[in-house]
Design a protein around this ligand. Structure first.
Ligand SMILES: Nc1ncnc2c1ncn2[C@@H]1O[C@H](COP(=O)(O)OP(=O)(O)OP(=O)(O)O)[C@@H](O)[C@H]1O
Length: 225
């Protein structure tokens, strides 16, 4: 008889809590993530979705508990050095240079990554093929989001941390987002999505963060307690 060991999760959040300004933002989060996993984070404004992604990105440290990547604590500087190369971060802060062309904006990220050759196809896929030589300042909000998503594809890292990725996208844009997430997962990629908007992700895990009340409770909060 052979005993097969369960595979080690790629990412393990083990009793993770996070405090800011003496307030608990996240409390005792336990999540186990394997290759191909998608986790959709929802919750009210201020419930801690971005904070959750920031912890995963290593931008801030858990106040308690640990985040393990392949069994290693990401707050260890040697581990983090390797871990951060796995991450692709997308947020409302878009880091787009208005004076550069759409193509340059994508290729610059590829260049920083020591890669080349994927930006054009990625922009085509995201529906920006006709605009690659236009200055980024010409883009609409939704087109800027498409450019961010094209960069995600061009850089091609395994763990995606997406904060409100569908904001400003039209119906076709959301479908494209769902498509690239599905394709990324087929290759074993891991996707975290913090969102208020509906997004279709097959077999996704979901985590709804409880509301927090840093402000005075309203009657609506009282009803929901
Ligand atoms: N650096 C910080 N210092 C102090 N408090 C912070 C810090 N960052 C976030 N917070 C607080 O943590 C709480 C959670 O914020 P966070 O941005 O994670 O929520 P969210 O669920 O992403 O909200 P939204 O849906 O509005 O984007 C908020 O009350 C916010 O004020």
């Amino acid at each position: 008889m052979s005993l097969r060991k369960a595979p080690l999760p790629v990412l393990l959040l083990n009793n993770v809590s996070c405090m800011r300004n003496s307030q608990i933002i996240l409390r005792n989060i336990n999540v186990s993530v394997h290759d191909g996993t998608a986790l959709v984070l929802t919750g009210a404004n201020g419930s801690g979705k971005s904070t959750f992604l920031r912890l995963l990105a290593g931008f801030s440290r858990p106040s308690a508990g640990e985040i393990l990547w392949n069994g290693h604590d990401i707050t260890n500087s040697g581990v983090y050095h390797q871990y951060k190369l796995q991450l692709n971060w997308l947020s409302l802060k878009e880091a787009i240079k208005d004076g550069q062309t759409v193509l340059d904006n994508a290729q610059w990220f590829e260049f920083l990554e020591g890669k080349s050759g994927k930006s054009k196809d990625a922009l085509e896929l995201m529906g920006l093929g006709r605009l690659i030589n236009d200055k980024a300042r010409m883009l609409s909000m939704g087109q800027r989001k498409r450019l961010q998503l094209a960069r995600l594809l061009a850089i091609d890292r395994p763990i995606w941390l997406l904060d409100e990725p569908s904001v400003a996208l039209d119906t076709e844009g959301v479908k494209l987002l769902e498509y690239i997430i599905a394709e990324h997962r087929k290759k074993g990629g891991i996707v975290f999505v913090a969102t208020h908007l509906p997004i279709e992700i097959e077999d996704a895990m979901s985590l709804r963060l409880p509301p927090r009340f840093p402000r005075r409770l309203t009657s609506v909060d009282m009803l929901n307690l």
